[in-house]
Design a protein around this ligand. Structure first.
Ligand SMILES: [Zn+2]
Ligand SMILES: [Zn+2]
Length: 396
């Protein structure tokens, strides 16, 4: 077995709050997995030794909510054709990886091209990109959130949902995204509008779970949030208006919230001048409420997973994931450890935590190397020239 041995590493493993000072870890070059973590590892003759120089090694970030086919400068992705969209999607993936994201879940992709992109990555035909969990196009109702050209699978009955979900899974979707409420992205729909019926969503959940796939529901307000929880989805995306009763329901059922607060903040802070007034106003009103409600959910023990909604207006791909961690500390009141843990929670939600999400034996060696201790200041993760490794290979 040919190994890479990283020595003099200060390891934050994503599981323990304490950093392991001046440790070593070994990676099997063939499998890309960590085989050993110890204070000292003596190298064999054909092992490669890499001196980390007392820098900090931390798990690659898992982002559970991204849109690589969206353009942060155009709210609906505009009328880019499939070729341009594909080129931009690959650029987006590279930006994610450079920022420290080693695994991204799609939550609806225009043209459904995340599925073939993921396949090409798996076949080794696209490099310098993170692992991808592909959703294909999101499922929405006529006139619902995401019902724009090439944007969504439009369904208007339980039977239509069943057929479309089965087609999506047949095409290779790893996960399913449904739209349970209005939002800030579609002209003319609002957060307090329920979208899709509980029956339609239940069918989506049944068909996806039957194939061991997870379901994410865009739900910003009520009754959309409640409907989606009742339908049995795995995660509520945004959840800005989650209430006490829903918090209790989510705890009981193990439903996650992926708050994507950077998306709300980006629209509000940067979009004032350039976005349509209706869009900016909707978000500005909701933002303070969102902080309060998500914080309450967190304090009451709901699982919070990392996601950014990158691709939405002014919500770029390059540094928003590390910034979301900072916002978890600043706005939701998490410790640095709990903030970083949202990345591991994302791995749990995505059911990949047996192989990803932390620096532990038998997991893939997906990690970042940064100068400062993220457990002292989460902003350390925002270092622009960090090193990024995927399966033990240096990518940036
Ligand atoms: Zn959404
Ligand atoms: Zn989204």
């Amino acid at each position: 077995m040919h190994r890479k041995i990283f020595k003099n590493a200060n390891i934050f493993d994503g599981v323990h709050e304490d950093v392991f000072k001046d440790f070593s870890f070994a990676v099997d070059v063939e499998t890309g997995k960590i085989t050993e973590i110890a204070q000292e590892i003596s190298p064999a003759a054909d092992d490669e030794v890499i001196d980390v120089n007392h820098k900090f090694v931390a798990p690659g970030l898992i982002n559970a909510h991204t849109h690589i086919t969206s353009d942060p400068n155009i709210s609906t992705g505009g009328d880019k054709d499939v070729v341009e969209t594909t080129v931009d999607a690959i650029k987006a993936l590279r930006a994610f990886l450079k920022s420290g994201c080693t695994y991204v879940r799609q939550c609806g992709a225009r043209y459904g091209i995340d599925i073939p992109i993921k396949r090409l990555i798996t076949e080794g035909k696209i490099d310098n990109v993170p692992h991808v969990m592909a959703s294909g196009k999101a499922y929405t109702m006529t006139g619902g959130h995401g019902d724009y050209a090439n944007g969504g699978n439009v369904v208007d009955s339980p039977d239509e949902m069943r057929k479309k979900i089965r087609e999506g899974l047949k095409a290779g979707a790893d996960c399913i995204k449904i739209m349970a409420s209005g939002g800030v992205m579609s002209p003319g729909d609002f957060m307090d509008e329920a979208q899709l019926t509980i029956e339609e969503m239940k069918v989506a959940v049944y068909e996806a779970h039957n194939k061991h796939k997870i379901v994410a529901a865009h739900a910003e307000g009520n009754p959309g949030i409640r409907n989606a929880i009742e339908a049995g989805v795995d995660s509520i995306e945004h959840g800005f208006y989650v209430d006490d009763e829903e918090i209790a329901m989510m705890k009981e059922r193990g439903t996650y919230i992926v708050p994507t607060i950077i998306a709300a903040a980006s629209v509000t802070e940067k979009g004032k001048e350039t976005l349509p007034k209706w869009e900016h106003q909707k978000m500005a009103n909701a933002m303070d409420d969102a902080y309060t409600n998500v914080k309450k959910a967190y304090q009451n023990g709901v699982n919070i997973a990392l996601g950014t909604d990158a691709g939405t207006p002014y919500n770029y791909f390059d540094m928003t994931t590390p910034k979301e961690l900072e916002m978890m500390v600043e706005r939701i009141g998490m410790s640095e450890f709990e903030a970083y843990r949202t990345s591991y929670k994302a791995a749990e939600l995505m059911k990949i935590d047996d192989e990803y999400g932390s620096i532990e034996k038998d997991k893939y060696a997906d990690f970042i190397i940064i100068d400062d201790n993220p457990m002292e200041d989460i902003k350390a993760v925002q270092q622009t020239d960090k090193e990024v490794y995927v399966s033990g290979r240096k990518e940036f």
